[in-house]
Design a protein around this ligand. Structure first.
Ligand SMILES: C[S@@+](CC[C@H](N)C(=O)[O-])C[C@H]1O[C@@H](n2cnc3c(N)ncnc32)[C@H](O)[C@@H]1O
Length: 226
């Protein structure tokens, strides 16, 4: 019961609007290596169009734009607060080839086959229908384009979770409660590697593969649009 209530709050747009700054404040440090790995792994060519769904404060989208200056990166998020935070970060970093707008992953406001790569990190567990959202990601991807989804691993090892928490924690957070919340709500109500792979397979993607970053409690699954 408590888990269901807290998971509902975790996924609510209002909660992201209100508490997003708390997450944003600490996330870059905690996920820096994951963002760097994904941004470098995209192997984009020419004037590639990239979409980040549930982009939050925009760290990944901006890093992709920075590393691939001839590409154009679009970040979308359903929380207006997150979109504003991403635009602020973009202005402060003076990165021109990136834009952020408000959109719900359930109905992406883009034409079919518009993007060369579509990514999402840590967002699909919040979606009311993750398969519908992944089908939307596939729809806006060109045939052969790269789909990359990364999520908190519900089967993450306790050690990895504790090390991850150390990057996240602050004096005002009580660690036993934080660890409980991470284990039960953030990771516990998420996806395992097998579940994520199955979801991408069901979306009609091909060449579905999973890989990991040493010590990082996130699953990374890549595929191609058929
Ligand atoms: C855990 S944060 C991840 C943010 C960012 N990808 C990162 O890794 O820092 C989850 C984000 O997904 C967004 N989100 C949740 N449900 C969404 C939906 N249905 N459509 C679009 N964005 C959504 C939230 O507003 C939040 O910014």
């Amino acid at each position: 019961m408590l888990t269901a209530i807290l998971t509902g709050l975790r996924d609510s747009r209002l909660v992201w609007d209100l508490l997003g700054p708390l997450y944003n404040h600490r996330i870059h440090h905690a996920l820096h290596e994951l963002f760097e790995h994904i941004a470098r792994d995209l192997s984009l060519q020419g004037n590639a169009q990239v979409l980040d769904v549930g982009a939050g404060p925009g760290h990944l989208a901006l890093r992709v734009a920075e590393l691939h200056p001839s590409s154009t990166v679009t970040g979308v998020d359903f929380s207006p607060m997150q979109v504003r935070a991403a635009r602020r970060l973009q202005r402060s970093r003076e990165i021109g080839n990136c834009r952020f707008s408000k959109a719900n992953a359930m109905h992406l406001p883009f034409d079919e086959a518009r993007f060369d790569a579509v990514v999402s990190v840590g967002s699909i567990k919040h979606w009311p229908d993750p398969l519908q959202g992944i089908r939307e990601m596939v729809r806006v991807l060109r045939p052969g384009g790269l789909l990359l989804v990364s999520e908190t691993d519900r089967e993450a090892a306790q050690d990895d979770l504790e090390r991850f928490m150390e990057r996240f924690t602050a004096w005002y957070l009580w660690n036993p409660l934080l660890l409980w919340g991470l284990r039960r709500i953030v990771f516990g109500q998420s996806f395992s590697e097998g579940q994520l792979m199955k979801l991408l397979e069901r979306s009609g993607s091909r060449e579905v593969q999973a890989h990991r970053l040493e010590g990082c409690p996130y699953v990374i699954v890549k595929a191609r649009r058929g």
